[in-house]
Design a protein around this ligand. Structure first.
Ligand code: MN
Length: 243
């Protein structure tokens, strides 16, 4: 069973076709949203597709534009088992919106904590240390998606018990492979981050997680079938943690 723990299903040109294909191919998919307003429409992709789960999110790159939707986030949180995409972005383009990003992220984490914790898919571009600091003491399980921080930040995140989702685009680089080899294998999940993430200009699909499995098999020194089983087992352990 393939796992795509971070995918923007609602942003493909034909999301219902992609959802159906995930189901046919048996890909367990976490469909993350970028704004709370997208929750209702995106949740419809679960209908008839038992392997799809939807996450309630407010993307840090949209925080300055969509902070007004934070009340909608709070409204739907009780019905969401997963939260994402949330986080911080300290990159060149978004650093100017840092203050509002931080305000939104803190609000979300406070709500999640009060609600007893959630599994959270987290964006941490150029912000891993800040993300780790903000998550301190918050109930729930953070999954850092497409980790791109330093080795020191990685070891802090590992020490804090975080999980990680890695995809073909990340594993296509030497640094991504090196980082992935340092994560305990029991805390690794696969992702596509499609349709944003691309390989050779083609948006990745949820079933392209198999490309990540190939790379993980190399890192772990096992065959691909075994790597796929390990990731599926990780997902089982993650979802059986009671929050
Ligand atoms: Mn994403």
């Amino acid at each position: 069973m393939l796992v795509d723990m971070h995918c923007h299903l609602d942003l493909y040109p034909k999301p219902f076709d992609v959802a159906k294909e995930c189901n046919l191919r048996g890909v367990y998919t976490l469909s993350v949203t970028t704004t709370p307003k997208a929750w209702g429409g995106t949740k419809k992709l679960e209908v008839g597709n038992p392997r799809i789960r939807t996450a309630l999110g407010l993307h840090p790159q949209l925080a300055h534009d969509r902070y007004g939707e934070i009340e909608i986030f709070d409204h739907f949180l009780s019905e969401a088992r997963y939260v994402g995409e949330i986080g911080l972005d300290g990159g060149r383009e978004y650093k100017k919106h840092w203050a509002v990003q931080l305000k939104v992220f803190r609000h979300i984490l406070n709500s999640v904590d009060k609600a007893g914790g959630r599994i959270m898919s987290i964006h941490s571009i150029a912000s891993v240390s800040a993300v780790i600091n903000e998550l301190k003491g918050i109930a729930g399980i953070p999954i850092l998606h497409w980790f791109s921080g330093s080795k020191a930040e990685l070891s802090r995140a590992i020490d804090q018990g975080f999980w990680f989702s890695v995809g073909p685009a990340m594993l296509n680089s030497k640094k991504g492979m090196e980082i992935s080899s340092l994560i305990p294998s029991g805390r690794v999940l696969t992702e596509s981050d499609g349709p944003f993430a691309k390989i050779e200009n083609t948006p990745l699909m949820p079933w392209d997680s198999c490309m990540a499995i190939k790379r993980l098999a190399l890192i772990w020194g096992v065959d691909e079938g075994e790597a796929e089983d390990m990731v599926a087992q990780n997902l089982k352990s993650l979802t059986s943690i009671s929050l």
